[in-house]
Design a protein around this ligand. Structure first.
Ligand code: FAD
Length: 124
């Protein structure tokens, strides 16, 4: 469907979506004249939007597998620059829980680093 957008425009995408809805729901709504036309439509363009350039992370075939996520998560500057986010957590890639878990991972590491600097043992 995504490749249809630049070629045929938003109207064609909306029409395809309506065809799918009508296939599924026209019969049970026949007494009301079937699924009505939409009053408007909005087509998201995650792939071409310069602020997103895609919807969520994935690893291309033969390009590293789970290790690619670990590479993105690798801290820099002796652990003073750290990275969280969905694309850094392989187990739940593509999901909000990956973003959440990565935040827990990084904040725990920061607390441990600060405790280490202060000579304390963190209670996590
Ligand atoms: C269409 C769609 C449907 C989805 N559906 C689901 C779902 O049903 N369930 C689910 O669990 N997950 C879903 N997801 C995935 C989920 O939204 C992401 O996994 C999650 O938002 C990732 O969180 P994040 O904090 O890693 O990144 P983001 O939420 O992308 O946050 C990154 C933030 O950084 C900001 N940013 C980027 N560059 C800069 C910069 N240079 N300077 C300052 N700020 C910057 C961005 O504006 C953004 O606010 C969906 C995603 C999409 C696109």
């Amino acid at each position: 469907m995504h490749d249809l957008i630049p070629k045929q425009g938003d109207g064609a995408v909306a029409e395809r979506a309506m065809q799918a809805l009508r296939r599924s729901f026209d019969a049970e709504n026949r007494d009301k004249g079937g699924v009505p036309d939409p009053t408007n439509h909005f087509v998201t363009k995650w792939r071409s939007n310069p602020f997103t350039r895609g919807s969520y992370s994935y690893v291309k075939l033969n390009s590293g597998g789970p290790a690619a996520f670990d590479d993105l998560a690798a801290p820099l500057a002796d652990g003073r620059l750290r990275f969280a986010g969905e694309a850094t957590f392989f187990d739940f890639q593509g999901c909000v829980h990956a973003a959440y878990e990565s935040g827990v991972r990084e904040s725990s590491a920061i607390i441990a680093q600060l405790a280490d600097l202060a000579g304390l043992s963190p209670k996590l």
